[in-house]
Design a protein around this ligand. Structure first.
Ligand code: FAD
Length: 359
């Protein structure tokens, strides 16, 4: 198998990941005078902020998934390849992928982040994560088949297991999915499953800290809590989930909740790139970058979005939040800088990244 892209006289930029950052970068490099190669393990771009709506059957996957080939129709000097980036040789400037090798002049890592199970293999095996469209569809299928089985199962104990939903992690995703499922319980289940006793459906949101949305203001935390309580969600603080066994979520304090629907949205870690040593990683396994999103010490290698950690922005000394606008704004800034680098301009011509928090 070969990646099958001819080199021409132009410099080549290889972008790993067509998420919110990689897609914007590829768009903005159009007409840059460079050959742009976008590599993604899927052949569609997904819009994560609405993934929870797929899980609760509020929207269809096609509403937030967009084929790359449709987005980039009729682009000159642009190539898309569906492949998984597996390793990079930063000395030889070669990226190894699932469909072969490709050499680059500039490599941009924009592969985002994945669910962090903090090394707990049992939880990783049993919990449902919610980072991607296929994972959200998995949750939707699990929920709907549990509801069907709850109508016909033999014992009350099993029925309760099938109707309990446990969500671990009170960040934005946990709050969103708890809210969406509580709306489903109130507005959909009574009509779609008229013979089900939906008062048995319990939604638990488990958070180790003492408030929801810890990265946001106290006011946002309180409003989120008040809303979820009003919707009947059982929000529990100060609880550490340590295991899942025999259809039970087990906490450090010994308490247990029986459930067949165990969602883990308790943290993320940046996707790895074998070939780049651990020395280049910071908090959350993110690649440390300078103010121009370059990975220092690696010639022509950049990282943007969730995969990078940039501490040069004075307002964000511990790095930016891993949110959509950071990825998009870094991509826009990097596109401008790459064009200048490609024209032979030096660092004094480059613009340092500064995050504009849109709220
Ligand atoms: C459920 C959920 C809800 C969210 N809600 C919000 C919100 O409301 N507001 C907000 O601002 N942010 C939200 N975020 C965060 C936001 O989506 C991310 O910060 C943003 O997508 C980061 O962009 P990125 O380009 O760095 O990575 P991503 O958008 O995650 O893109 C990474 C891309 O890389 C590809 N990829 C990964 N590994 C490889 C590989 N080895 N080879 C090839 N391709 C690879 C993936 O297929 C993907 O297309 C949410 C995230 C999730 C998961």
């Amino acid at each position: 198998m070969s990646i099958n892209i001819q080199r021409n006289q132009k410099k080549r930029v290889v972008i790993v990941g067509g998420g919110l950052g990689g897609l914007r970068l590829a768009e903005d490099l159009y007409g840059s005078g460079m050959q742009v190669v976008l590599i993604d393990k899927n052949n569609f771009h997904q819009f994560p902020p609405l993934i929870y709506q797929i899980a609760s059957a509020g929207i269809d996957p096609s509403s937030i998934s967009f084929p790359f080939r449709q987005i980039f129709r009729k682009r000159k000097d642009f190539y898309f390849r569906m492949a998984e980036a597996r390793m990079v040789d930063t000395e030889k400037k070669i990226l190894q992928t699932s469909i072969g090798k490709i050499d680059y002049d500039y490599l941009v890592l924009a592969a985002g982040a994945t669910t962090n199970f903090f090394g707990n293999k049992n939880i990783e095996e049993w919990a449902i994560p919610m980072k991607t469209v296929p994972e959200a569809m998995g949750l939707r299928n699990a929920l709907l088949s549990n509801f069907e089985r709850a109508l016909t199962c033999a014992t009350e104990e099993e029925r309760q297991e099938l109707l309990n939903i446990v969500i671990v992690g009170g960040g934005a995703t946990g709050v969103e999915i708890a809210g969406a499922l509580s709306e489903m319980k109130r507005y959909v289940i009574p009509y779609d499953y008229p013979d089900m006793d939906f008062s048995l459906m319990h939604i638990y949101l488990i958070e180790a800290g003492d408030r929801l949305l810890a990265g946001m203001s106290q006011d946002s935390s309180r409003k989120a809590y008040d809303f979820l309580k009003s919707m009947g969600v059982d929000v529990q603080f100060g609880k550490m989930v340590t295991d899942y066994r025999d259809h039970k979520v087990i906490m450090k304090d010994g308490t247990e909740i029986p459930t067949r629907t165990f969602l883990w949205v308790s943290g993320i870690r940046a996707n790895a790139m074998p070939g780049i040593s651990d020395d280049h990683q910071g908090r959350g396994f993110r690649f440390k970058v300078d103010q121009f999103n370059r990975i220092p010490g690696l010639d022509g290698v950049f990282a943007i979005g969730d995969q990078c950690l940039q501490t040069t922005d004075a307002a964000y000394p511990n790095g930016h939040p891993q949110v959509a606008q950071v990825a998009i704004q870094q991509a826009k800034n990097l596109a401008k800088n790459l064009k200048r680098i490609n024209e032979g301009q030096d660092d004094s011509a480059l613009t340092a990244f500064k995050y504009n928090n849109l709220g």
